[in-house]
Design a protein around this ligand. Structure first.
Ligand SMILES: Cc1cc2nc3c(=O)[nH]c(=O)nc-3n(C[C@H](O)[C@H](O)[C@H](O)COP(=O)(O)OP(=O)(O)OC[C@H]3O[C@@H](n4cnc5c(N)ncnc54)[C@H](O)[C@@H]3O)c2cc1C
Length: 401
């Protein structure tokens, strides 16, 4: 254990090392220099992210066409007496400058997309524990992986809500959505990765091979190496998703076995997004919110296809049986599986206004303390201080996943 920690710290130091002044004279190898972009507009884009809180300008942006360009950059930086900061950037949906490299070099991973889709046709090995998987370039976004795998009747198992995020970006965090209680976060559904370490080495890693790197990189906030390829676990894809929204304002203790479970808290702070609901229901829900100041809803999804369609209604009844909710505030919708997975597809356009900052906070809370969060945070801080304009989501997660 102690060895692992020492290893991680050493790796982090190599990638993070200190910054270098923009005046520094670089004697860059010609091949590398050709791929560094110092155009003002490119630098300005690379200095921001979705959070719009930090604006940290890099010295240059690397536009790689080969994986080896990234090793060349790291090797070059390590050859300097004062190496510069390097940060990999996927879709830049970070909220606090995590993909920025002040005075250093941002590696624009999305540049690989110009050289083909780098999503391999899914493989299934029926004789091994591995099952089905796809090999994917880390610059690819999850929606594209979904579309490709659906062509083969397969799908990744673990998701984020919004899926226009890069594979490398979410695997550097966790990747949590309403499926996590069954399959774990996205980082628990990766069989193997190719990584370029802080020493510039190209390493293939898995639970069994170079496992220290595998575990450090997954959820490693981009500090332990650059993921260039990930092997993602796939399972059979359903065709449809039945969404149930159950509005409730009391605690429930049941165990839910569904394909997706998510909770949301709506506070009496306009504007409230009720776009899921029919217009005729929106008014009723609004008055419920006004009367109660805050309401809780649970979203449960059950997937189905032709073979399970006949008993989907029965299954859903079974799932909601015993839940404490207001029967007249139960809403249901059927979507194709792809429509459901991509339900937040338009969010980027909504939230990328240059004047908006988007601070987000994620916390893992033990279930024994969730009522304290409800009292202390939702009621006594947010509601009491009239803090508006935020969304509060809760995902149940099983510790063993
Ligand atoms: C609208 C929205 C909805 C979201 N919903 C969810 C959700 O439901 N569940 C959830 O878990 N998260 C969610 N997130 C958070 C999201 O998972 C992270 O912000 C994720 O990092 C975004 O991926 P990205 O491609 O934008 O990464 P970036 O912001 O580009 O990078 C994030 C971090 O990963 C590093 N990184 C990027 N690519 C690589 C790579 N190839 N190798 C190594 N490190 C790399 C970067 O250096 C940086 O530290 C959401 C974010 C937004 C903006």
């Amino acid at each position: 254990m102690a060895n692992n920690i020492a290893f991680c710290i050493a790796m982090a130091f190599i990638v993070l090392c200190s910054t270098v002044s923009t005046q520094a004279q670089y004697n860059l190898p010609e091949e590398l220099a050709k791929k560094l972009n110092r155009n003002n507009e490119t630098l300005s884009i690379a200095s921001t992210d979705y959070g719009n809180i930090f604006h940290q300008t890099p010295w240059a942006v690397l536009e790689p066409s080969l994986v080896s360009d990234i090793s060349s950059l790291i090797n070059y930086s390590n050859s300097l007496s004062t190496p510069f900061t390097i940060a990999q950037r996927g879709q830049a949906h970070s909220t606090k400058g995590q993909a920025n490299a002040p005075h250093g070099v941002v590696v624009n991973m999305t540049n690989f997309k110009r050289y083909g889709s780098r999503i391999s046709v899914p493989h299934c090995d029926v004789n091994s524990e591995t099952g089905c998987y796809a090999d994917v370039g880390s610059e690819q976004v999850w929606i594209d992986l979904l579309r490709k795998t659906l062509e083969y009747g397969l799908t990744p198992l673990a998701w984020t809500d919004y899926i226009n995020l890069s594979i490398g970006g979410t695997l550097s965090n966790a990747g949590i959505s309403g499926q996590a209680f069954r399959h774990g976060p996205q980082i628990s559904n990766v069989l193997e990765m190719d990584v370029i370490t802080g020493k510039g080495d190209f390493v293939t890693c898995s639970k069994k091979k170079n496992s220290e790197i595998y575990y450090a990189v997954l959820g490693g906030l981009g500090q332990f190496g650059v993921i260039t390829r990930a092997r993602i676990v796939l399972g059979p894809a359903p065709t449809m998703a039945n969404q149930e929204y159950l509005v409730s304002y009391s605690k429930r203790n049941e165990t839910i076995i569904a394909d997706f479970v998510q909770g949301m808290i709506i506070l009496n702070h306009p504007p409230v997004d009720l776009s899921f609901y029919q217009e005729s229901d929106q008014q009723r829900i609004n008055s419920l919110i006004t009367q109660n100041d805050l309401i809780y809803y649970v979203e449960i999804v059950k997937y189905y296809d032709n073979t399970t369609q006949a008993h989907i209604k029965e299954d859903v009844e079974y799932l909601v049986k015993g839940l404490n909710y207001i029967p007249t505030f139960r809403f249901e919708r059927d979507n194709t599986y792809e429509e459901f997975m991509n339900r937040y597809g338009g969010i980027r356009a909504l939230d990328r206004s240059p004047s908006a900052s988007n601070p987000w906070l994620d916390m893992l809370v033990p279930s024994s303390r969730i009522l304290d969060i409800n009292e202390g945070v939702y009621k006594n801080i947010i509601l009491k201080n009239n803090i508006t304009g935020s969304t509060y989501l809760c995902f149940p997660v099983n510790r063993n996943k």
